[in-house]
Design a binder for this molecule. Structure first.
Ligand code: COA
Length: 165
């Protein structure tokens, strides 16, 4: 899999999110949209103030990171987001989402690969991803990235795992 990814002919980048309004607003919009709520554990819309507090608290935890997928050559057009959540010293969990217009062209597969690379830089040994069983696109993207089905857990999510060793 190439580390360079192009969308509409332009290179796609992954960068750390900032607490400036544009990144917080973009991630809030993705989370609260129909697709974002559908894949979230908590399906309720998140009020803006709560999102701001969550965003700040999330990025302050050591071993966690929130990234923005954007296109530098298109004035930094934001097309997605990815997160690394700290679980314990060895394990992290990833989550990711693209704007609908950016799907179906390989960016999701590339994004999961980039998140695994970042997790490796954080010295995690394993990456976990929990997915709704009917989210076949996400299951396929994880499998293409070398994840293996680990278990079906009590919250009706299926758990994929990849060893970075
Ligand atoms: C999951 C998501 C990131 C995938 O991004 P994407 O850019 O569309 O993914 P890609 O184009 O890299 O790959 C999609 C793959 O799924 C396949 N696919 C699409 N629909 C599918 C289906 N119903 N069943 C099986 N495979 C499917 C595609 O054929 C493609 O595989 P291929 O490259 O081998 O042909 C994107 O759909 C998204 O943001 N979804 C909403 C949020 C979400 O589900 N997040 C994950 C929660 S854990």
């Amino acid at each position: 899999m190439h580390s360079d990814m192009r969308f509409s002919g332009h290179l796609v980048a992954l960068r750390l999110a900032t607490t400036r309004i544009a990144d917080t607003f973009f991630t809030w919009g993705l989370r609260n949209g129909e697709r974002g709520r559908a894949v979230s554990r908590n399906k309720d819309p998140i009020p803006w103030e709560r999102h701001l507090a969550w965003f700040k608290a999330f990025t302050e935890v050591h071993g966690q990171a929130l990234y923005i997928v954007d296109i530098p050559a298109m004035q930094g057009l934001r097309i997605g987001t990815g997160r690394i959540h700290h679980v314990d010293q060895d394990d992290c969990e990833i989550s990711y989402m693209l704007s609908e217009a950016a799907t179906g062209q390989g960016v999701g597969t590339w994004l999961v690969a980039q998140l695994c690379k970042k997790a490796s830089h954080f010295h995690y040994a394993n990456v976990i991803a929990e997915v709704q069983p009917d989210n076949l696109t996400s299951c396929h993207v994880l499998e293409k990235n070398g994840f293996h089905l680990e278990s079906t857990n009590t919250s009706d999510l299926i758990r994929y795992q990849k060893s970075l060793a």
